[in-house]
Design a protein around this ligand. Structure first.
Ligand SMILES: [Zn+2]
Length: 61
C-alpha cells in the first residue's frame, strides 16, 4: 500500500486530474515535485511542500 496526492486538491484552480503515487512518502514527494514542474513550478519551496504534504492520503486498498 502506498500514498497518493490528488493534484486537483493541492491546487483546485488548476483543475488537474492527475494523481501522484508513491510506495513511500519519500518517493511520493519526489514524484510530486516532478509533477509540479508540469505546472511551471520550477522551484519547490517549503510552502509548496507543506501544501503538498497536507494533501497526502493513503492509497485505498
Ligand atoms: Zn497537476
Amino acid at each position: 500500500m502506498g500514498y497518493i496526492i490528488d493534484c486537483g486538491k493541492v491546487n483546485p484552480a488548476s483543475g488537474c486530474p492527475h494523481v501522484v503515487r508513491g510506495e513511500t512518502e519519500e518517493e511520493l514527494m519526489k514524484n510530486a515535485e516532478e509533477h509540479a514542474k508540469e505546472h511551471g513550478i520550477v522551484e519547490v519551496t517549503p510552502e509548496v511542500i507543506e501544501q503538498i504534504k497536507s494533501n497526502v492520503e493513503k492509497e485505498p486498498v
